[in-house]
Ligand binder design. Structure first.
Ligand code: ATP
Ligand code: MG
Length: 220
């Protein structure tokens, strides 16, 4: 299993480097209300991870309360079925809330899907116990009226995010190889590309360093 999957945050407490967003999401998890959230930011900064952690902290059952789509696969028939039937019924298990997770919202291909979502997510139609979480690398190309339905959460890829990630990387390293072995120099810096830090990139580098360390240990 890849390191990023193995150390995928389970709860919001494990999502690092996005403190203002995590605070708001924790409040929502404690006292849910119907809403549409858009997690916007560069790759590997925790948008999908935070969405999954929120779903966990809301007590949503992944089998009966969660509907997950990549926006490019969302058809008009699916939108009609979801809003006409699925979200009107109470989930069989877990919390009484539904979550619709739409990854890469910018990739909605059909104008009809766009229009249907705009309509269903409007104040008059929004189901009573539905939270919509969408992710996007760049929301600037989104239809303005659809975008207005969402509360936008801008995820950081800057130095404070990188700093928090470096602490988590060091913690993971120690858990994997032992407490007294220092993190190899420069590993944590490998998350940077231009001015953006990606925890996914950093964890790939860390995974390779852990493998190398183990190989050397076996050889020694
Ligand atoms: N803020 C974070 N806190 C803890 N772990 C993180 C964080 N961001 C990323 N990770 C780690 O990196 C992996 C990839 O992050 P994630 O899938 O959330 O990125 P993303 O922002 O959704 O990127 P993309 O735009 O490419 O989909 C996660 O599975 C997790 O292990
Ligand atoms: Mg993602």
């Amino acid at each position: 299993m890849r390191l990023s999957q193995q150390y995928q945050p389970v709860t919001l407490d494990e999502v690092v480097g996005q403190p203002a967003i995590v605070r708001k999401l924790k409040r929502l998890a404690l006292a849910p209300y119907p809403c549409c959230l858009l997690f916007e930011g560069r790759g590997g900064v925790g948008k999908s991870a935070a969405a999954k952690a929120l779903i966990h902290d809301l007590g949503i059952c992944p089998f009966s309360g969660l509907v997950e789509y990549s926006a490019s696969n969302l058809s008009i028939d699916e939108v009609r079925r979801l809003f006409g039937q699925t979200f009107r019924l109470r989930p069989m298990t877990g919390s009484r809330w539904h979550v619709l997770l739409v990854e890469e919202l910018g990739l909605i291909v059909s104008k009809h899907v766009n229009a249907a979502l705009k309509d269903e997510l409007g104040e008059q139609h929004m189901p009573e116990r539905l939270i919509v979480v969408a992710t996007s690398n760049d929301a600037s190309g989104l239809d303005e009226a659809l975008l207005q339905r969402f509360d936008v959460f801008p995820f950081s890829a800057g130095p404070t995010f990188a700093e928090a990630c470096q602490e988590r990387l060091a913690w993971i390293w120690q858990r994997e190889v032992g407490p007294d072995i220092p993190l190899p120099q420069g590993i944590d810096q490998l998350g940077w590309r231009q001015n953006n830090y990606s925890m996914r990139r950093a964890m790939t580098a860390l995974g390779a360093a852990i493998e190398l360390h183990r190989t050397r240990e076996v050889a020694a």
